[in-house]
Design a binder for this molecule. Structure first.
Ligand code: SF4
Length: 95
């Protein structure tokens, strides 16, 4: 015998699912990590430097929380996973 689904029962079910997701969003530093695949491909981004050229010494780099943490890049909008030791064709020496 199945019980009829009431709006209150549905609300509790949905609320429970929403509550279960909160720790993922609230306690994960990487919750908003994103990459810009199109720009990475166009500029041939790689996670390793090219000789002495790296994101860490590029004028486009936006540093992360620490010297080794991933950061951003001014010409790769929305990308939060740029490695300080990475490199791409857009590299320009930091002044
Ligand atoms: S332009 Fe390229 S080398 Fe410079 S910070 Fe952005 S991804 Fe790194």
């Amino acid at each position: 015998m199945t019980q009829p689904t009431t709006p209150r029962r549905q609300f509790l079910k949905i609320s429970g699912a929403a509550l279960a997701m909160i720790p993922v969003v609230a306690f994960s530093d990487r919750a908003f990590a994103a990459t810009n695949a199109a720009m990475r491909g166009a500029l041939k981004y790689q996670d390793k430097p090219l000789a002495d050229k790296s994101c860490a010494n590029c004028m486009q780099f936006v540093p992360g929380k620490t010297a080794t943490a991933p950061g951003g890049c001014k010409i790769m909008p929305g990308d939060t996973e740029i490695a300080p030791s990475g490199y791409c064709a857009g590299w320009a020496k930091k002044a």
